[in-house]
Design a binder for this molecule. Structure first.
Ligand code: NDP
Length: 331
């Protein structure tokens, strides 16, 4: 296997000159790790869009193979946990940022970063979920841990037609929540209804206001946008309600006051999908296989070839990708 040639998207920097191109590599080029995986699918996440277009300082060293997640079949393993032929999924751990990632036909990683392909999902479906969907489930689990139940009333999902948002809408709807999906795209309304949203709102309920608190509307929230939208959510949470904040598609700033926290007991739950312990990852994937309806997943995902990755990376940064984009690394 050591001299096998395969293709990967390679990001390079030469005297500050950035390039991204699909190149032939050999297995011996891959970084160290105890499991060699024949990658079938990766996905395009917002972070991948930043990496491939050289924005946002996602990539920590060059040359780099981006792709923060992948699913595939073990080709070689020196770990007792995996053997050739096992189907595996990887999200996080700096893969595609500090360690060569999934926009490649082969990847070599640490066994501890992998989880077995969850029962009931194909490799393609697991990447239909990918890091974005995994993060959506971490948000749901965090909200449940703080006591969210369907009788809490309306639960908001912002950036709803994006990858995280789409999966959050579908999972929460399946679990019986009254999901209010916020989107800036009118063309996504029918899609979000199909995923199970009870109501669609534009971004106007989350417009900036000078008032430190608004009428308490939301029983819970998943926020993928950050910035003014997260600030507006916090102002309108019901007493003791929680927001799971995982994204910054709309900005890094959080122009809020302490009043939602000290007058309403609102909880702001930070979600980081990168360094999740093994047992929690397995549980999140088990819940995804159980609580994400496959018909919703099929509506939310499309498959595109790795050869189109550069223009798709531009599209996701412009908010033009709906749902989840699976990348076929062999096409
Ligand atoms: P997508 O690009 O698929 O979705 C983001 C959505 O946010 C867009 O579809 C759009 O939704 C909305 N949006 C984009 N720009 C703006 C804006 N300026 N103002 C308001 N809304 C906007 O990305 P993902 O779903 O993959 O990721 C969402 C966020 O979560 C990203 O910031 C990403 O970095 C983060 N993330 C964090 C993780 C973690 O571990 N914490 C893991 C995975 C993702 P619409 O068109 O419906 O309005």
């Amino acid at each position: 296997m050591s001299d096998k040639t395969f293709n990967a998207l390679l990001l390079e920097k030469d005297n500050d000159e950035f390039s991204a191109s699909i190149k032939p590599l050999t297995v011996s080029d891959l970084p160290e790790g105890d499991v060699l995986v024949e990658v079938a699918y990766s996905t395009l996440n917002y972070k991948d869009g930043l990496a491939v277009t050289n924005k946002g300082k996602v990539v920590r060293g060059f040359p780099m193979v981006p792709g923060i997640d992948f699913a595939g079949t073990v080709a070689e393993s020196s770990s007792p946990d995996y053997k050739p032929g096992d189907k595996v999924v990887l999200t996080g751990w700096g893969v595609g940022e500090t360690h060569w990632g999934g926009f490649s036909q082969m990847a070599r990683v640490k066994a501890g970063w992998l989880v077995p392909l969850p029962a009931g999902l194909t490799l393609e479906q697991s990447m239909g979920i990918g890091t974005a969907g995994f993060t959506a489930m971490l948000c749901v689990l965090a909200l449940e841990k703080l006591g969210l139940t369907p009788d809490a009333g309306e639960v908001a999902v912002t950036g709803a037609s994006g990858g995280v948002g789409s999966v959050a809408v579908a999972v929460l709807a399946k679990l019986g929540y009254t999901v209010v999906a916020s989107t800036g795209r009118t063309e996504s309304h029918a899609y979000l209804k199909e995923l199970g949203a009870a109501e669609i709102v534009d971004r106007s309920p989350f417009a900036p206001s000078k008032r430190p608190l608004e009428s308490a509307r939301w029983g819970g929230a998943v926020d993928t946008v950050g910035g003014e939208i997260l600030a507006a959510l916090l102002k309108a949470m019901k007493p003791e309600a929680s927001v799971a904040a995982c994204g910054n598609a709309g900005g890094f700033d959080l122009p809020t006051t302490v009043l939602p926290f000290i007058l309403r007991g609102v909880n702001l739950l930070g979600i980081n999908s990168v360094m999740v312990p093994y047992d929690e990852r397995v549980e999140a994937w088990r819940r995804l296989a159980q609580d994400l309806p496959l018909d919703a997943l099929n509506k939310a995902m499309e498959v595109a070839p790795l050869s189109n990755i550069k223009s798709l990376a531009e599209d996701i940064l412009k908010g033009q990708i709906r749902g989840r984009l699976v990348i076929d690394v062999n096409a």
